[in-house]
Ligand binder design. Structure first.
Ligand SMILES: CC(C)(COP(=O)(O)OP(=O)(O)OC[C@H]1O[C@@H](n2cnc3c(N)ncnc32)[C@H](O)[C@@H]1OP(=O)(O)O)[C@@H](O)C(=O)NCCC(=O)NCCS
Length: 164
């Protein structure tokens, strides 16, 4: 069994044919955030729904950092993806976009994805890790996952918006 494989679960580097599945997952179930609040307050912004903006942002991230994206397969099916950034100056790795297919949630996939990223941080000689996430109910599973991993809350944050 390879380092990325455990119990029918394989975590491997992103390949270009994974993009459609990643974006379909994002469109299906990305948690509500400030994008959603802006749309609720002001209507559709820039001709795309907030979900389409998130899909575009994720697509742009993957195009810019394909080497920083992992895909998880469980029993040969796409189960989720995760991504990260490295700040070598601050020796800090940042967990970026990550999600698990609804049908595979609650089975340890999210936690295993985070373990894989933590290994990537250590391989890159990072000394610290951080992750931004939401404080709303939709992000409760993500907060639970990060806290279980050992992350401590460093700051709370607000995004203000207005129409010009
Ligand atoms: C967050 C997410 C990736 C977790 O994936 P998952 O595969 O279901 O998570 P796991 O089964 O590995 O669970 C790991 C830990 O996360 C926490 N967790 C998972 N689901 C949870 C829930 N519904 N409520 C609270 N905590 C939860 C628990 O601490 C869990 O450990 P435990 O099972 O020992 O209690 C998944 O819910 C998801 O895709 N959410 C939408 C996308 C998202 O929010 N991404 C992060 C953006 S910052």
């Amino acid at each position: 069994m390879s380092a990325g494989q455990r119990g029918g679960m394989v975590i491997r580097k992103f390949e270009s044919q994974d993009l459609d599945k990643i974006l379909a997952l994002v469109r299906k179930m990305w948690p509500e955030a400030h994008y959603t609040s802006m749309e609720r307050e002001y209507g559709v912004i820039g001709g795309r729904s907030w979900r389409e903006w998130v899909a575009k942002d994720v697509g742009d991230f993957v195009a810019a950092h394909p080497e920083n994206v992992f895909v998880t397969e469980l029993d040969d099916q796409f189960a989720g993806f995760c991504s990260y950034l490295l700040d070598r100056g601050k020796m800090t790795g940042e967990i970026a976009y990550n999600a698990v297919e609804p049908g595979f949630q609650g089975r340890g996939v999210g936690a295993r994805q985070m373990e894989r990223i933590m290994s990537a941080f250590k391989e890159a000689n990072m000394l610290y890790a951080k992750v931004p996430t939401g404080l709303n109910d939709a992000h409760a599973p993500a907060r639970g996952m990060y806290e279980k991993l050992g992350f401590k809350k460093m700051a709370e944050f607000v995004i203000y918006g207005m129409k010009l």
